[in-house]
Design a protein around this ligand. Structure first.
Ligand SMILES: C[S@@+](CC[C@H](N)C(=O)[O-])C[C@H]1O[C@@H](n2cnc3c(N)ncnc32)[C@H](O)[C@@H]1O
Length: 221
């Protein structure tokens, strides 16, 4: 083979290698982007999946408009602070602050929902009378709240009833959405079907000195 021929062959092999390199680079970038997107999505989705892995699965299901209206009917004339246990996107706390002028706290495990709730409160002009915390509802002492709202699941209601019995003050009330407390008698019921809301007062026959240590709930979860 002449020198010219071998130089030509070298040039051809160099020009043939280039597209292979760039193809490999595009492939690597695509793998990187896909992997990055998958990791990003997992980070966002994890707090939504986490409640399903707990002893009692309490998933994110936002209250319907009718349900929120029934909660507001139940809270009519109430004063003092409100807490929504598992506040989701903050719609109940925000609605109560706007319509019933109740200062409210939302307690929610999912930090994305907590940040969204803060934004919603700001957008609706009630950020000064509301607050949202990333916290486990079972580890929150309810003594300081006069109005406790819960949109829970059936399996958690017996434990929640015990917690309320120990922590709710005599003038406190409970508003339960969709699932009632198992043994307390409601003083009023609003709406029907999946939008039903029950209003309760703490039973009178339970003396404050019978309260057990709040810590028992902390250990159970
Ligand atoms: C059925 S949703 C109710 C949302 C909101 N209260 C509403 O009515 O639109 C229940 C919420 O409780 C939250 N959650 C589940 N377990 C929790 C826990 N241990 N502590 C605080 N929040 C919890 C879930 O992330 C979910 O957003």
């Amino acid at each position: 083979m002449s020198t010219v021929e071998s130089q030509l062959l070298q040039q051809i092999s160099v020009t043939e290698e280039k597209p292979q390199h760039s193809k490999r680079n595009v492939g690597l970038v695509l793998v990187g982007l896909t992997g990055g997107a998958a990791i990003g999505l997992s980070i966002i989705a994890a707090p939504f999946v986490a409640p399903a892995l707990r002893k009692v699965c309490l998933p994110y299901v936002p209250a319907t408009t009718q349900q929120v209206n029934n909660v507001l009917r139940a809270l009519k004339g109430r004063t003092g602070t409100l807490v929504d246990l598992g506040s989701g996107d903050g719609r109940i706390v925000v609605a109560a602050a706007k319509a019933a002028k109740l200062s409210g706290v939302g307690v929610e495990l999912n930090p994305w929902l907590v940040w969204y709730s803060r934004w919603l409160a700001w957008r609706k002009g009630v950020s000064s009378s509301t607050s949202f915390m990333t916290h486990d509802l079972w580890k929150l002492n309810l003594q300081q709240y006069k109005n406790v709202v819960i949109f829970g699941v059936e399996e958690m209601m017996p434990d929640l009833e015990s917690k309320l019995l120990q922590e709710l003050t005599a003038d406190g009330c409970v508003v339960a959405c969709r699932f009632p407390l198992p043994t307390w008698q409601p003083i009023a019921v609003f709406g029907e079907g999946i939008d039903t809301v029950w209003l309760y007062r703490r039973p009178n026959d339970y003396a404050v000195d019978k309260r057990k240590d709040h810590e028992s709930f902390v250990d159970n979860r």
